[in-house]
Design a protein around this ligand. Structure first.
Ligand SMILES: N[C@@H](CCC(=O)N[C@@H](CS)C(=O)NCC(=O)O)C(=O)O
Length: 201
C-alpha cells in the first residue's frame, strides 16, 4: 500500500505516526508529495486533491485521516482504536476534537496569509475564538487522554504539534501548562521524532 503525505500535514502525521507505532512500515510505503501541485497520481487516488490518501492493493483508495487510521488499525493485533463501547466513542471524539482544532488553525493561517486588504477579520477572529475554546476543552478533559496510548491521545498530540508549527504566537504552553508534560511525552516517542515537520517548514 502507498500512503501519500506532505511532510508538514498534521493529518498525515497522525497516519504516519500510527504506522510507526504499530510497526507497519514494511506494509505501507510513505510517498511524499505537494498537494497544491495537483500531481496526477494524487488526484487519481483522491479527487479531493488532499493528503493523506491511502492507495490500497485492492479496492479504492481511502481518503480522510480518521478513515485511513481505522484501516491502519486493522493491520495488526494491537488496537489503537477500541473496537466498541464508550471507550471507542471517547477515542474517536478526541480525534474529532483534535482534527477540528487542526482545521481551525489551518483556516486561520490561510486567512492570515492573504494580503491585508483582502483579509476578512470576521473569520480569523471566529477561528481564534474556536481555537481558544477547544484548547480550554482539551485542558479540562485531559484526564481522559493524558495517560493513554491510543489514537485519541496521538491525535491530540499531533494537533498540539501543529499549534507549535502554525500558531506559535498563541503561546499554548503558557496558557495551558497542564498540557505541556503530555505533549512532551509524545514528542519523545520515536513515532513523533520520525514524523516531526522539517526544520524551517
Ligand atoms: N479531513 C482531512 C483533511 C485533509 C487536508 O485538508 N489535507 C491538507 C494538507 S494538511 C491538504 O491536502 N490540502 C490541500 C488542499 O486543500 O487542496 C483529513 O483528515 O485527512
Amino acid at each position: 500500500m502507498k500512503l501519500y503525505v506532505s511532510p508538514t500535514s498534521p493529518y498525515a502525521r497522525k497516519c504516519r505516526a500510527l504506522i510507526i507505532e504499530k510497526s507497519l512500515e514494511s506494509k505501507i510505503q510513505v510517498v511524499e508529495c505537494a498537494p497544491l501541485d495537483d500531481a496526477a497520481d494524487l488526484l487519481a487516488a483522491n479527487p479531493l486533491g488532499k493528503v493523506p490518501v491511502l492507495e490500497r492493493d485492492r479496492g479504492p483508495a481511502l481518503m480522510d485521516s480518521p478513515l485511513i487510521c481505522e484501516l491502519i488499525d486493522t493491520l495488526s493485533d494491537e488496537n489503537w482504536i477500541p473496537a466498541r463501547g464508550e471507550s471507542r466513542f471517547s477515542v474517536l471524539r478526541q480525534q474529532a476534537l483534535a482534527d477540528g482544532l487542526i482545521d481551525l488553525i489551518m483556516g486561520r493561517r490561510i486567512e492570515m496569509n492573504r494580503e491585508p486588504q483582502v483579509r476578512w477579520p470576521f473569520w480569523a477572529e471566529r477561528w481564534e475564538r474556536a481555537i481558544a475554546r477547544t484548547m480550554a476543552a482539551l485542558e479540562a478533559e485531559r484526564a481522559q487522554f493524558e495517560r493513554s496510548v491510543d489514537l485519541g491521545a496521538l491525535a491530540v498530540a499531533a494537533a498540539l504539534g501543529y499549534m507549535d508549527l502554525r500558531y506559535g504566537e498563541y503561546g499554548w504552553r503558557e496558557r495551558h501548562p497542564e498540557l505541556v508534560a503530555f505533549a512532551a511525552r509524545w514528542d519523545a516517542r520515536d513515532s513523533f521524532i520520525q514524523t516531526a515537520p522539517p526544520a524551517g517548514a
